[in-house]
Design a protein. Structure first.
Length: 155
């Protein structure tokens, strides 16, 4: 369990550091870091239950995307202020490093599988963000339709 705690603190710190690098306002820094920690926590939990790192990345990305949109509405700021730092802990740097290491060492058999796996991880993040944004958009459309129909009825 302490391994998870270290990973969560590292995800928070990494997201916070990139938020500072991207000049996020100081009043929003904590929330940007929290988004990265939330996404990584979702990944850890889902990976342990589902047994798939790619699926964990996908569902974790959905979680931090929904969080980013919610915070954007609460803090009245663009969602990218929270979305980009939250995505940082999920960047598949270790997997890409392994792929490049295989190519430098001349391990031509291991390289294609590793680079393909890296692309799956990156695609899972991108797909999770797109699905999260789609969920938000569909929910917003449904809410607007309900609100519009109630205002026509005079409620």
């Amino acid at each position: 369990m302490s391994d998870w705690l270290i990973q969560l603190l590292t995800a928070f710190t990494g997201s916070l550091g990139f938020a500072v690098l991207f000049n996020v306002q100081s009043s929003r820094l904590f929330w940007a870091g929290l988004g990265g920690m939330l996404g990584w926590a979702a990944y850890l939990v889902l990976k342990s239950f589902l047994g798939s790192e790619v699926l964990g990345f996908f569902l974790g990305a959905i979680c931090f995307t929904l969080y980013s949109d919610l915070l954007a509405r609460l803090k009245k700021t663009p969602a990218t202020v929270f979305l980009v730092p939250a995505a940082i802990p999920m960047v598949p740097g270790a997997s890409l490093y392994r792929a490049m290491s295989f190519i430098i060492k001349g391990q031509w058999i291991a390289f294609p599988a590793q680079i393909l796996y890296t692309l799956f991880l990156a695609s899972a993040i991108a797909g999770g963000i797109v699905c999260g944004m789609t969920i938000i958009h569909i929910t917003q459309i449904a809410f607007n339709r309900i609100h519009k129909s109630r205002s026509k009825d005079g409620c």
